[in-house]
Design a protein around this ligand. Structure first.
Ligand code: ATP
Ligand code: MG
Length: 577
């Protein structure tokens, strides 16, 4: 790994350090990353992954990947697979792979205990009625008329809910806490609902499913999680998290988790603590699964892994290395303050990583023919180029050179503005690694468009000769037209052209802010050694930017490269930031 940033201290790391020093949780550290498999992971999730796996790694602890699969209507195996791949790609490995659905029997046993203890009841209010009874931030709620059912009646009804006797939405199991609590989450929240749907893991075994808050804390406890790290919107849910664990009291009721050993799962029981941190937000993008799903469903992008998507599979395909995302997360830090990070900070991390890790190659993406008249027809040479200007360990490569080259169209101007230091009629420029050429004449098509520039090479300026020191203002890159390989080059830019595409105050939605120039495909030419590489190989194409061989479409006969980032921040220059 290159450029891994030094670890900075933050309040969660400090909490773990203090807890270990105090012998809390027996000195153990156990975390988990708990995605709901209802979409692909995005850059925000990387923060949670780096934090959870990073803390475990740093303190010799454990970190589980847990699929929080309690809501079967929105979940899919495709998402499960992509999430696993993305976590591994980011450079982390889970100690155990778990599913909240592994604990369905445990959740159920805990619910019966709550009922038995008079801490939960079956409620027949409809969803609308529940809402009406709940009250508001300023008004207390009212007790459900079903709140005082006896434990026997509740148990009977709950068992019949499980047995499938009642239709969807007709009843819920609710925790019996406090309808006048200032915290609405404590106003007898539902902990089970009826859903007659198949589950991707448990099939048709269940028709009642636990609610997130209820399932999450128990899952943490049975996995022996010590520090349950989540984002700030769960701060108001923490009292419910603690209420459930306190009332269920798993450590003193091992029979509640008895079903786990039958499934080959060992369950160290603990009392986890929930700690909240702020979400990672980026400008120029949207980062909620719901909106990303809409972009996919409405075909505004070419899928979850479209290189313009802020999904992990999208940025991977775009050519962002995993180390750049880890660097971003380390730089952004972990706090309780919500903020929006500039997309250019992420691009800066990508440039920094790739500058260190990507070999250099020559490529031309908008070709103009350059002919060296004083070389014989069929002239062919092999030049030696270093693969990395700052790191000899990258070694050298051979680059074919011939009489006819491709140069970048923008490196020649017939009528140059002042300060243009590249090729002009009668002017000189250095061809990278070759020597100085002088433009002698032009060839134009019937529209007056220049189709070729004819030059002479000052052979005294070839590398190694004394004349090589002669100075000219510009140096340009090239590829040999005889040897270069045609490549499809996909030039990606930001998906949205405003910093806050989510801002709908003017009646517009993020759909109205799509950047029409976010994808452009051109045919370019690359030196042969850039073509003969496996997919996902990253290069700096000199003077153009960082590119990656497309994960799916690239092969050495038909190379396809995606631009990950330009070499400089063109948005800042254009004043668009
Ligand atoms: P979204 O709001 O995008 O749908 P989510 O929070 O519903 O995301 P989950 O699958 O529930 O997605 O998230 C798994 C974990 O990742 C949770 O612990 C969640 O807090 C964390 N997470 C999600 N988004 C971010 C983010 N932007 N920054 C940091 N952590 C995040
Ligand atoms: Mg969620």
């Amino acid at each position: 790994m290159t450029n891994e940033a030094p670890q900075h201290n933050h309040f969660i790391r400090q909490t773990v350090i203090d807890d270990r020093a105090a012998g809390k949780h027996g000195g153990r550290v156990a975390t988990r990353f708990p995605p709901e498999p209802n979409g692909y992971l995005h850059i925000g999730h990387a923060k949670s992954i780096c934090l959870n796996f990073g803390i475990a790694r740093e303190f010799g602890g454990r970190c589980n990947l847990r699929f929080d699969d309690t809501n079967p209507t929105k979940e899919d195996l495709e998402y499960v697979e992509s999430i696993k791949q993305d976590v591994l790609w980011l450079g982390f490995a889970w100690d155990e792979l778990r599913h909240a659905s592994d604990y369905f029997e445990v959740f159920y046993a805990c619910a019966e205990k709550l009922i038995h203890d008079g801490k939960a009841y079956v409620c027949d209010l409809s969803a609308d009625e529940v809402r009406a009874y709940r009250g508001t931030l300023t008004e207390p709620g009212r007790n459900s008329p079903f709140r005082d059912r006896s434990a026997e009646e509740n148990l009977d009804l709950f068992r019949r809910m499980r047995a499938g006797e009642f239709p969807n939405g007709s009843r819920t199991l609710r925790a019996k806490i406090d309808m006048s609590s200032g915290n609405i989450n404590l106003r007898d929240p539902a902990i089970y609902r009826i859903r007659h749907v198949e589950h991707q893991n448990t099939g048709n075994a269940w028709c009642i499913y636990p609610m997130y808050d209820y399932a999450h804390c128990i899952s943490d406890a049975v996995e022996g999680i010590t520090h349950s790290l989540c984002t700030l919107e769960f701060e108001d849910h923490r009292p419910l998290y603690n209420w459930c664990l306190h009332e269920i009291d798993l450590p003193n009721h091992p029979e509640l988790t008895g079903s786990l050993s039958a499934r080959g799962l060992t369950a160290p029981i603990g009392q986890p603590q929930q700690i909240e941190f702020s979400r990672l937000n980026l400008d120029f993008t949207v980062m909620s699964k719901r909106k990303l799903m809409a972009l996919v469903d409405e075909a505004l992008v070419a899928g979850w892994d479209d290189p313009r998507m802020p999904t992990l599979s999208g940025v991977r395909r775009r050519g962002f290395p995993p180390a750049a995302l880890r660097l971003l997360c380390e730089r952004v830090g972990v706090t309780k303050q919500n903020s929006v990070i500039e997309f250019s900070v992420l691009e800066g991390c990508v440039r920094e990583e790739l500058d260190a890790s990507a070999a250099r190659r020559l490529a031309v993406i908008d070709p103009l023919k350059l002919v060296i008249d004083n070389l014989p027809d069929g002239h062919s040479e092999t030049l030696t180029f270093p693969n990395h200007p700052k790191n000899e360990a990258f070694g050298n490569r051979s680059v074919p050179f011939s009489r006819e080259l491709w140069i970048e169209r923008e490196d020649f101007m017939e009528l140059p503005p002042k300060g243009f230091h590249r090729l002009v009629p009668g002017g000189e420029v250095r061809l990278r690694g070759v020597g100085i050429v002088k433009c002698e004449s032009l060839v134009k098509d019937t529209n007056g468009q220049v189709t070729a520039v004819h030059c002479t090479l000052d052979t005294d300026t070839r590398p190694g000769l004394p004349g090589a020191e002669r100075k000219v203002k510009g140096t340009i890159h090239w590829v040999s037209a005889t040897d270069a390989i045609a490549a499809e080059i996909r030039l990606y830019d930001r998906l949205f052209n405003v910093a806050n595409p989510d801002d709908d105050s003017d009646g517009k939605t993020y759909r109205d802010h799509l950047n029409p120039d976010s994808r452009r495909v051109v045919q370019g030419w690359i030196e042969p050694s850039a073509a003969h590489v496996p997919p996902e190989t990253a290069f700096q194409f000199e003077r153009l930017g960082f590119f990656v061989a497309d994960r799916y479409d690239h092969n050495e006969h038909k190379p396809v490269f995606n631009r990950a980032v330009t070499l400089r921040d063109s948005w800042a220059k254009a004043g668009k930031n």
